[in-house]
Design a protein around this ligand. Structure first.
Ligand SMILES: Nc1ncnc2c1ncn2[C@@H]1O[C@H](COP(=O)(O)OP(=O)(O)OP(=O)(O)O)[C@@H](O)[C@H]1O
Ligand SMILES: [Mg+2]
Length: 257
């Protein structure tokens, strides 16, 4: 049997800069198959840029990013959902159908796949209405249905539940769990630490463009390795500037790096 897994994904000293400003700094890490990773950190830490680099939407300014399956096909086997997904101005059904047609799935094969993902995301009853009329939470579910239809090996999700209320968040988390159970490797960002505890096998903690920690979720919440991560989990990481009297004690060394 041919093993066509594109994982692991390895990053070796990856940096990304814009106008001479380094926004992602010397990140080295590895994503193995079969786990879920939640990328966390304060606003502006570089989480979205990091995800875009991994997805291939941005190219590293220096360093190397390597998928195991470097046969030029990795783009077909990994997908990304953005915080504000763009809906095509056509029906819910056609939104999923279009994603499949772009991937080259024949018309006859599309129908059962579309039916399945719309049912699994609770959107069947909306299938004929324009996607742009859906609520924000429903649009987020449709974005997940569109990528689920493609059965990617790896799925990057950038804050998929930001601005959703608790019931909508719960629905989206259930969908993410189902996508993962179907065999997709999840790598996502979140600001919701409760959600991180519910969904993460491992946690990556970014701060000012640096990866400070990549550990098993349980270990991260029991005993974060860095003072900054500890402060972040306690909600104490209010501001990074070392002169700020509000920053927690004992983290000046990490902050000054
Ligand atoms: N195109 C750009 N030009 C200049 N600076 C940028 C650009 N894109 C991002 N940045 C900066 O890079 C830093 C990291 O941005 P990024 O969006 O990755 O942060 P984030 O961790 O996702 O934050 P949030 O939690 O608010 O989503 C920020 O300071 C941001 O202002
Ligand atoms: Mg972001």
């Amino acid at each position: 049997m041919v093993d066509s897994s594109i994982l692991p994904l390895e990053l070796d000293n990856v940096s990304y800069e814009i106008d001479g400003k380094r926004l992602v700094k010397n990140v080295s890490c590895c994503f193995e198959a079969g786990r879920s990773t939640l990328v966390i950190g304060p606003n502006g830490a570089g989480k979205s840029l990091f995800l875009r680099l991994c997805h291939g939407l941005l190219q590293p300014s220096s360093g190397l990013l390597r998928w195991r399956g470097s046969d030029g096909q990795t783009g077909q086997r990994q997908a990304m959902v953005f915080q504000r997904p763009v809906m095509l101005r056509r029906s819910v059904w056609a939104n999923v159908g279009y994603a499949l047609s772009v991937k080259g799935v024949s018309r006859a094969e599309r129908e059962p796949i579309i039916n399945r993902v719309l049912q699994c995301t609770g959107l069947s009853r909306f299938e004929d209405i324009p996607a742009t009329r859906l609520s924000f939470g429903e649009q987020q579910r449709l974005a997940l249905a569109r990528v689920w239809a493609l059965s990617p090996q790896v799925l990057f999700l950038d804050e998929p539940t930001a601005s959703l209320d608790p019931p909508a968040t719960h629905q989206v988390e259930q969908i993410i769990t189902a996508i993962q159970s179907a065999g997709t490797r999840i790598i996502m960002t979140s600001h919701d630490l409760g959600q991180v505890q519910r969904l993460a096998d491992e946690v990556m903690f970014l701060h000012r463009g640096r990866l400070l920690e990549q550990t098993a979720a349980e270990q991260f919440f029991d005993c974060p390795q860095s003072d900054l991560a500890r402060a972040f989990t306690r909600g104490e990481l209010l501001w990074w500037h070392r002169k700020n009297p509000l920053h927690p004690p004992g983290i000046s060394k990490e902050i000054s790096r």
